[in-house]
Design a protein around this ligand. Sequence first.
Ligand SMILES: [Zn+2]
Ligand SMILES: [Zn+2]
Length: 317
Amino acid sequence: MKALVFDGKLRFLDDYPQPRRSRGEVLIRVALAGICKTDIEIIKGYMGFTGILGHEFVGTVVESDNPNLTGRRVVGEINCPCGNCDLCRQGLGKHCPNRTVLGIHGRDGAFAELTVLPEQNLHIVPDGVSNEEAVFVEPLAAAFQILEQVNIERDMKVAVIGDGKLGILVAQALSSAGCSPIVLGHHVSKMKLLRNLGIATCLSEACDMANFDFVVECSGSPGGLEKAVQIVKPCGTIVLKSTIAARQSLDLSALVVNEISLIGSRCGPFRRALDALKRGEVAVRPLIWKTFDLADGVRAVEEATSPKALKVLLKIE
Ligand SMILES: [Zn+2]
Ligand SMILES: [Zn+2]
């Protein structure tokens, strides 16, 4: 089958072996997949992963133990826990130490004609949600995860650092819950897009006062956390969303002196993301930058690394 594979170098192959599913797993024909910052970080060495990249996708079930699933349009959660360890038994499967993660750790991903996930990971895409919208469910769920972790009151001052894809999704998720975040960015066109969505923006350099109750760091760059520490109020909270390959060096004493809470935040609730798309509470289509055929995947990833780019999609079916 056709696949976009990273083995130290990114390459498109048309003779990659087809995956086979085990019991409880589902074989999915991928229709559309999204290139994420994490994919680009993997190519730089993050996670030490080799194999088929890709964890943001929408597709159709072609083979499953459950005949009702066959032919259904689905998206899939990316963490595949063992189901037997202490963390799994506590319902913390996404932290299972034995887990595989689609296209990120120990499991081939979705930049291919076919991919495999456990049946329990799948969510049916409602009819009113198009493939172009559904392909955003994974990153949008990660944006909504913040609201599962912290309670942000409507009158609290909230800043989102980063005007990239994740920052735009996070700002919309927070807005849909009644908050009024301001996004700190660098890119004129992305900040204009945000304002068109009704979200306030500010040039990052122009915003340096420590007056935010919550700061969500989505910049994807090593300087983002430093900025967050600069603008969070004493006793405020910083939520970290960026996963980057580079190591950070930061003076943490400001966190101690100002009694700042620092919260890591990763994957989130797919159902909530699908509901938000179905109800039209979040606009994802403006984030689509370009769509490439899978065979042009190497070029597509190059395009996705451009600072101007938003979401680059791979059309597979
Ligand atoms: Zn991602
Ligand atoms: Zn486990």
